[in-house]
Design a protein around this ligand. Sequence first.
Ligand code: ATP
Length: 198
Amino acid sequence: MLKIGLTGGIGSGKTTVAQIFKVLDVPVLDADTVAKKLMESDNALIERIKAIFGNNVYHNGRLNRQYLANIVFKDEQKLQTLNAIVHPATIAYAQKWMLQQNAMYVVKEAALFFESGSDTEMDIMVGVTAPIELRINRVMKRDGISREAVLERMKRQMDEQEKMKCCKYVIQNDDSQLLIPQVFQLHNQFISFGKLTM
Ligand code: ATP
């Protein structure tokens, strides 16, 4: 079974592309959702987070995301520490999940792949890209936040063009090319690769 990594910068359209794969009945795992779930359910992870960031990070068993975000987004070192704890747990979960799937190929969607080194777990990396202004406008509209807030989030990510250079296939999500035919084309390709590896 082929393992496909799907990545892209904030607002590039990863989740939108992932939805199309899902419609095609492809098993899709969203690493960000997994990470959030594990931070509230994996006891070993919870204890490590509390030990480093304090008990106030949790309130009545629920993660206080805003509190944690305020700590890590002001301090690059703390953000790296958090990622260093959460990424291995997410990667381990994804590995187990992939083994349980019965399909020609699976897709794991994550904003951070190259940054965490988890691209090496995948057979093929696919990038989603869109012009920066379009990404900014889409995120402002989706999240109801200011341009400055979007730029602040973008600043913390690896440069999108660099990211795309590391991907074998790149989906253009720029309003000039339709998404669905691009995903269909990759789907057919992955099915035929999958048959070869059976
Ligand atoms: P993030 O990294 O922030 O999670 P993302 O890469 O997953 O972002 P999406 O959430 O898929 O990006 O897309 C961002 C916003 O842009 C969403 O509101 C989505 O509906 C919209 N969008 C994405 N692609 C298109 C498109 N081709 N046409 C119109 N709207 C789009």
